[in-house]
Design a protein around this ligand. Structure first.
Ligand SMILES: Nc1ncnc2c1ncn2[C@@H]1O[C@H](COP(=O)(O)OP(=O)(O)OP(=O)(O)O)[C@@H](O)[C@H]1O
Length: 316
């Protein structure tokens, strides 16, 4: 009988390294996802998010470190891990030779359910994921949003303890994204632990209790979205679009009191300040030479946190 540690965490990653030949994809990370928690790995392309998920879901072996999922060790207890997880990868892995309902039914049978329970579960999932009217159609005839709903429905059909979602809404239109977020909320309320990867900061913030920001195979920071934003040292972000940005040197803005960061963006600057909105006027005055076309004053986001940490934008 394989040894199992009753998990206090859904996912426990300790000193994980993953190398592909000379390339280090994950450079020694530590993470814990609590039972019932929704956790996001947020970062740009190539940060190491998918590699981390691949190790957690036993698709690839760690080069170093230890990973436990639902209490099982991914390297030595892979079969046990696989029974306790649901996985939605970045690719459409639906069986195109089967109908929508058969994709669900066969998954249930593969995970050991009898005919009757598999039928009942299939009907329940079709209803929950609003796919009942498409039950008999071929998955190639579904919209992108429906494909993702079906992939999630299938991933949770056997009631896994931990659900892994790799970029679940990439490529979806805003309405389908919102609808998928509602489905993920539902799973959360039912107590499923969720680890999702995304490069979409609103998604991380909207869906997850905690976020780890990754870059170049490392975790830069980890915490609740509110804590990360508080700790980034910026409380107001002023975005300026100028007719002539060259007339306003970045150094002039950086030299202003309470300005913490100045990033050059297309057509202007994004300025992080530490003095609330009280000092926006001094920024406006300093930028008048460039003729201001647009000005916005917002609170920091996870994007601000990423920029503060790396000097780069999260989006490509
Ligand atoms: N099978 C592989 N062989 C070689 N290098 C790989 C392999 N898989 C990933 N990498 C490299 O490891 C690094 C991390 O990739 P990974 O896919 O984990 O990043 P990511 O954050 O998930 O980004 P994306 O959103 O683009 O998938 C990248 O430099 C990538 O090229």
């Amino acid at each position: 009988m394989a040894e199992r540690v009753e998990p206090s965490t859904a996912v426990s990653v300790s000193g994980l390294f993953k190398r592909y030949g000379p390339r280090t994809a994950v450079a020694g990370i530590d993470l814990d996802v609590g039972v019932g928690e929704a956790f996001a790995l947020l970062g740009p392309n190539g940060a190491g998010k998918t590699t981390t998920v691949n190790v957690c879901t036993t698709r690839s072996l760690p080069s170093g470190g230890r990973v436990r999922v639902a209490g099982w060790d991914v390297a030595s207890q892979g079969v046990r891990v696989r029974r306790d997880i649901g996985v939605v990868t970045q690719h459409n892995t639906l069986d195109r030779s089967c109908s929508v309902e058969q994709n669900l039914y066969l998954h249930c049978r593969l995970f050991g359910m009898g005919h009757r329970s598999a039928r009942t579960r299939t009907v329940e999932l079709l209803e929950t994921f609003r796919l009942a009217s498409r039950a008999r159609v071929d998955p190639t005839r579904l919209s992108g949003g429906m494909v993702q709903r079906l992939q999630i429905a299938r991933a949770i059909a056997h009631r896994p303890r931990v659900l892994f979602l790799d970029e679940p809404t990439t490529g979806l239109d805003p309405q389908s994204r919102l609808s998928l977020w509602e489905q993920i909320d539902l799973l959360r309320r039912e107590g499923t632990s969720v680890l999702l990867t995304t490069h979409h900061m609103e998604e991380a913030e909207r869906l997850c209790d905690r976020v780890a920001i990754m870059d170049h195979g490392r975790v830069l920071v980890c915490g609740t979205p509110d804590a990360l934003k508080r700790e980034c040292g910026v409380d107001t972000v002023v975005a300026l679009t100028l007719a002539d940005p060259s007339a306003v040197p970045a150094a002039r803005l950086s030299a202003l009191a309470h300005v913490r960061s100045v990033d050059t963006v297309e057509g202007g600057y994004r300025i992080g300040t530490t003095a609330g909105q009280a000092h926006v006027a001094q920024i406006v005055t300093a930028a008048l030479d460039g003729t201001i076309l647009h000005l916005s004053v917002t609170e920091p986001t996870l994007e601000t946190v990423f920029i503060t940490l790396t000097g780069r934008e999260l989006r490509d």
